[in-house]
Design a protein. Structure first.
Length: 366
C-alpha cells in the first residue's frame, strides 16, 4: 500500500504527532510525507528515514486567502501527489489547503483526522470549522481521538460507518528522565502550559492559586502565547508567579515540564489535550477538568485527578491534595506514563492507522 501523509503545518503538536505515525507506518507500507518548506522540524524529519517532498506554502493569513483565489500552488502539490500514485491520502492535522487538495485529487481515497470536533469558541475556530467541514465531507473516512465526539462529527455531515476513533500517544520533546521528587527544588511548581485563551480557564486557576498559596509554599508557571490583559488584576495580587508569554519552541518544552511538580489544565471546554500527552512522557501528575474527551485521557484517582470546570474550590482541593501527598502525586504520574506506553504507544496507533487505510481502500493486507 502507498500512503501519502500530508502535513503542511509549520509548528505545534501536529509535527511530532505526524512524525510518530509516519515513522512507524513505513514498517507497514510505502509512505510519502509532504511537508511545508516552512516546517520548523524539517531537520528532524530528514533523519527519521521517510520519503519526503518539501513544498512551498503560504506564510500568513493573506497567503491562506490568496490560495482560494489563485489555485496554482495547490494544483502543483496535487500534481506531485498524483504522480506518486498513492492508494490513500492521510491528513493528520487540519490545514486550510486540505479541502482544496482533496478537490484536486478526486478519485483518491482520503482520511482526515479531526482534533477539534467542537470548534474553539472564537472567530478562528468558526473559520476553521467552515473549511474543515469541506474537507471531512470529501473524506472516505474521518479519524477522531475521543469517543465522546462521534455524535458531534455526525452532526457535521459524516456517517457513523465512516468514523474511526483511536487515542493519541505521548509527546516526548527530550530524553525522558526519571522524576526526581527529592530534588533540591525551593518549592513545588504548578505548570499551566499552552495558549492563553478564555476557554483554557486561566482565571479559575489564578483564583485557585491565590487560595493554595495562602496554605502552602508553591510556585505557578504560566507558559504560552496569548493576551494576558484580562488577567492582570488577578496577577497583580499574586507572588511566585512566573510568566513566559510567547510561543515556546519545541527545543524549550522539556525545560518547563522537567521543573514542574503538577500540570494543571483548568479548561472550561476542550476536545482532548496535547499537554496531557507531554505530561505522560515525563511521568507528571495532571489535574484536569471533566470536559470533552479529557476523561478518556485521564482516569480520576488512577492516572490523574479530575475536577468540575469553573470550580475554584474543586481545583484548590485537588492541588492541595497532591502538594500535601507527594507519594500520591508520584503514583498518578507514573500510572499516566505507564498507561500511555502500554495502551497508547505509537506502534499500536500506527497499526490502527494502517487498518483505517486498508478499510478506506478496501485493500486486503496479506
Amino acid at each position: 500500500m502507498r500512503i501519502a501523509l500530508i502535513y503542511l503545518g509549520r509548528r505545534g503538536s501536529g509535527g511530532p504527532i505526524s512524525m510518530n505515525i509516519a515513522s512507524r507506518l513505513t514498517k507497514r507500507a510505502e509512505v510519502l510525507v509532504l511537508l511545508s518548506e516552512l516546517n520548523k522540524g524539517l531537520k528532524t524529519w530528514e533523519n527519521i528515514g521517510v520519503e519526503l517532498a518539501v513544498l512551498p506554502t503560504y506564510r500568513g493569513f493573506l497567503g491562506a486567502v490568496w490560495a482560494w483565489i489563485d489555485p496554482r500552488p495547490v494544483r502543483l502539490i496535487a500534481s506531485q501527489i498524483r504522480t506518486w500514485k498513492p492508494d490513500v491520502l492521510f491528513f493528520p492535522m487540519f490545514y486550510t489547503w486540505n479541502p482544496l487538495l482533496q478537490q484536486n485529487l478526486k478519485g483518491f481515497h482520503s482520511i482526515v483526522a479531526v482534533h477539534d470536533p467542537v470548534p474553539h469558541p472564537n472567530l478562528v475556530g468558526f473559520v476553521y470549522k467552515f473549511l474543515e467541514d469541506k474537507s471531512i465531507r470529501q473524506a472516505t473516512r474521518v479519524l477522531l481521538f475521543s469517543q465522546i465526539f462521534v455524535k458531534e462529527i455526525e452532526k457535521r455531515g459524516v456517517r457513523t460507518e465512516q468514523i474511526d476513533v483511536i487515542p493519541l500517544g505521548e509527546l516526548n520533546y527530550a530524553k525522558n528522565q526519571a522524576k526526581d521528587w527529592n530534588s533540591e527544588r525551593s518549592m513545588p511548581c504548578l505548570l499551566y502550559f499552552g495558549r492563553i485563551e478564555k476557554y483554557k480557564g486561566l482565571e479559575i486557576l489564578l483564583k485557585s492559586f491565590q487560595q493554595v498559596s495562602c496554605k502552602t509554599p508553591v510556585k505557578l508557571q504560566i507558559v504560552g502565547a496569548g493576551n494576558l490583559r484580562p488577567y492582570w488584576s488577578l496577577l497583580k495580587g499574586l507572588s511566585n508567579v512566573e510568566i513566559i508569554n510567547r510561543w515556546v519552541e519545541d527545543s524549550e518544552i522539556a525545560s518547563f515540564f522537567e521543573r514542574a511538580t503538577v500540570v494543571v489544565l483548568p479548561y472550561t471546554s476542550a476536545s482532548q489535550s496535547g499537554v496531557i500527552q507531554v505530561a505522560a512522557s515525563y511521568g507528571l501528575p495532571v489535574i484536569a477538568t471533566r470536559v470533552g474527551g479529557i476523561p478518556e485521557q485521564i482516569e480520576d484517582g488512577r492516572t490523574g485527578l479530575l475536577v468540575e470546570p469553573n470550580s475554584v474550590e474543586g481545583l484548590t482541593e485537588a492541588i492541595l491534595k497532591l502538594l500535601r501527598n507527594i507519594p500520591l502525586a508520584e503514583e498518578l504520574g507514573r500510572n499516566l506514563e505507564l498507561e500511555f506506553r502500554k495502551y497508547r504507544n505509537w506502534d499500536l496507533i500506527a497499526d490502527k492507522v494502517f487498518e483505517i487505510c486498508v478499510k478506506a481502500t478496501n485493500v486486503t493486507h496479506s
